[in-house]
Design a protein around this ligand. Structure first.
Ligand SMILES: [Zn+2]
Length: 146
């Protein structure tokens, strides 16, 4: 969850309790911003929040990629995590998919496919438009065993 989303969540849950007004600076352009933050946050987290919400180009690209990574990780958990109802996936395979999020989102690699076994595959890739996709496929091999 993005930091600013955590602040919004806390405000809803605690009727504004545990939220305080702070100043932090953007990691890219150094602009100082006054923002609402969680009381327990360190200076580093406050600067991260200021960066997430800064309007400069570098910060906007950074926040976009960070959001993409978080959504990709959430999708991996949804499709391959313990709570999915369709396939059994070992933790090590889920870890591998999570590890692929960074190099794919940053454009170091185009895609990664993990062959989990029993016809199940997990794939994460970036499209030419820069959209991150997480997919789970399952081939029913039993149909070939007549
Ligand atoms: Zn900035």
């Amino acid at each position: 969850m993005m930091l600013y989303e955590q602040v919004e969540k806390r405000e809803k849950e605690a009727c504004g309790g545990g939220v305080t007004t702070v100043t932090g600076s953007c990691k890219f352009c150094g602009q100082v911003a006054t923002r609402k933050a969680l009381e327990e946050w360190s200076g580093e987290e406050i600067d991260e929040l200021a960066t997430e919400t800064c309007e400069c180009v570098d910060a906007r690209i950074y926040a976009h990629k960070k959001g993409q990574k978080e959504r990709a990780n959430a999708r991996i958990d949804l499709l391959f995590g313990k709570d999915n109802k369709s396939v059994t996936v070992p933790d090590a395979a889920v870890d591998l998919l999570h590890k692929a999020v960074y190099p794919v989102c940053e454009g170091f690699i185009q895609s990664m496919t993990v062959d989990i076994g029993n016809g199940v595959k997990g794939k994460i890739n970036i499209t030419s438009k820069g959209i991150i996709k997480v997919a789970r496929t399952k081939t029913d091999t039993s149909t070939y065993e007549a």
